[in-house]
Design a protein around this ligand. Structure first.
Ligand code: GDP
Length: 434
């Protein structure tokens, strides 16, 4: 998807613009809280075109000595990750040397750069902004937080410049699996263990998406693509960087994948960041497998596995029909099982139930256990279909959909799971009037 990064010196107003983009929209960062201090990623759209916004400012350190280095890092990051870059300037402070340096870096990136001059609140300031032409630019956009003006034209241009040629996925139709998890849980170890198992039938295809590598596996009787294994091999210099990259990569890899293997460290247990990844996968309706790694380090007693599993299920709540495996990437214990289960979940997600079969099984169930009557009115479910969507979604047609409560939707979902087998897959259930 398209990514718009906002860069600029501290306090020029990056987060103001970022928040304006996100107005009315839910921030993805809810899903990554705990990793980042604030909201720094979000989804936005303009005239129906969706894009992700990054506010790089969240990663800046405001002390003089690291200042220059931080800015450079921030800019490199934007150049690396973004489709389009917004460079923010502030008319109150005028054009500084740092601005010139930043612009030089951006210019060399060959990505579209949009200059936004902030705090142009009056005619006097509008005039002062002309100073920025010294950068050798053709055009800038002015923005005023005071009047709230200025983002429409900018967004028109950004969206218009998004690459229009649809990216062709060379692995179209193949199962895509991503291993997600906190740093050091053992993602690379598992990836490499799978690679080592049969090195000769693994292909690295570089540049298949903008900057990640997908690895095609044709082994264990399966053909599948492991997503973004390169991102995990790449080690960042400082902690902030590592977190930033891993969050960004997680989001992107999850969006591209069919199945997300959420890897948890057995010695640490299920933590809030694991919950965030889980939420992200669930929200994107991806298949989910939970893999508890480093199981070799755990002292086992009779109920160790069962208790661990119970604790995870307690945390993840409603949707608990998810495989949980206990593995050791290091000793290669159950790593093939992991692939096998991930492929099963993939099949479950792709599963399409014939309408005739669906009605034949589900209607008698609803007949037997109908939604509770409300104010003397009875809900009658007449017909159901599965939508042709990538993940399972079902529509139940009935006379009074507004009377069907959440609990009954859960019931319908659980019956679907029981009858047809959707382990590891989020299901969507809708009640509609015919
Ligand atoms: P990543 O950051 O998620 O890719 O984690 P790594 O694969 O780099 O692993 C981090 C550390 O945990 C390394 O020192 C690994 O050797 C170790 N590790 C990974 N998997 C296991 C495992 O199953 N058991 C044990 N004991 N150590 C492991």
């Amino acid at each position: 998807s398209n990514i718009v990064a906002i860069v600029g010196r501290p306090n020029v107003g990056k987060s103001t613009l970022f928040n304006r983009f996100l107005e009315r929209r839910e921030a993805i960062v809810d899903a990554t809280a705990g990793v980042t201090r604030d909201r720094h990623y979000g989804k936005s759209d303009w005239n129906g075109v969706e894009f992700t916004v990054i506010d790089t400012g969240g990663y800046e350190v405001n002390t003089e000595d690291v200042f220059q280095e931080e800015i450079t890092k921030q800019v490199e990051l934007a150049v690396d990750e973004a489709t389009s870059i917004i460079f923010m300037l502030n008319v109150e402070e005028g054009l500084t040397d740092t601005d010139q340096e930043i612009y030089e870096l951006l210019r060399r990136s060959n990505k579209p750069v949009y200059i936004v001059v902030n705090k142009a609140d009056s005619a006097k300031e509008e005039l002062a902004a002309t100073e920025f032409y010294q950068l050798g630019i053709e055009k800038y956009y002015t923005m005023s937080s005071a009047t709230g003006s200025g983002t429409g034209e900018l967004l028109d241009d950004i969206v218009k410049d998004f690459p229009t040629t649809e990216y062709k996925d060379p692995f179209e139709g193949l199962p895509k699996i991503t291993i997600a998890g906190r740093p050091n849980v053992g993602k690379s170890t598992l990836t490499n263990a799978l690679l080592d198992a049969e090195r000769n039938i693994v292909t690295d295809v570089a540049g298949t998406t903008r900057d990640s590598i997908q690895t095609l596996y044709n082994k264990f009787g399966y053909e599948f693509v492991l997503v973004d294994t390169a991102g995990m091999r790449r080690k960042a210099k400082v902690k902030e960087d590592l977190e930033f990259y891993s969050v960004m990569r997680s989001i992107r890899s999850i969006e591209y994948s069919d199945v997300v293997i959420i890897m948890v460290d057995a010695t640490l247990g299920w933590e809030s960041q694991d919950m965030n990844i889980f939420g992200l996968a669930q929200k994107n309706r991806k298949g989910i497998v939970i893999v508890v790694n480093k199981w070799d380090l755990v002292e086992k007693e009779t109920n160790t596995t069962r208790d661990f599993e119970a604790r995870i299920k307690e945390k993840i709540g409603q949707f608990t029909d998810i495989p949980i495996l206990f593995v050791s990437a290091l000793t290669k214990q159950r790593i093939l099982k992991t692939v096998e289960v991930a492929m099963e979940v993939y099949q479950n997600r792709a599963k399409k139930i014939k309408t005739s079969k669906l009605n034949e099984i589900m209607l008698p169930i609803f007949e037997k256990t109908p939604p509770p009557a409300l104010k003397g009115k009875y809900v009658k479910i007449k017909y159901c279909v599965q939508l042709p969507t990538p993940s399972p979604q079902f529509v139940f047609f009935c006379n009074l959909p507004q009377y069907v409560k959440e609990a009954y939707k859960r019931f319908a979902e659980n019956q679907l799971r029981k009858e047809f087998g959707f382990t590891g897959v989020p299901i969507e259930v809708y009640f509609r009037q015919k």
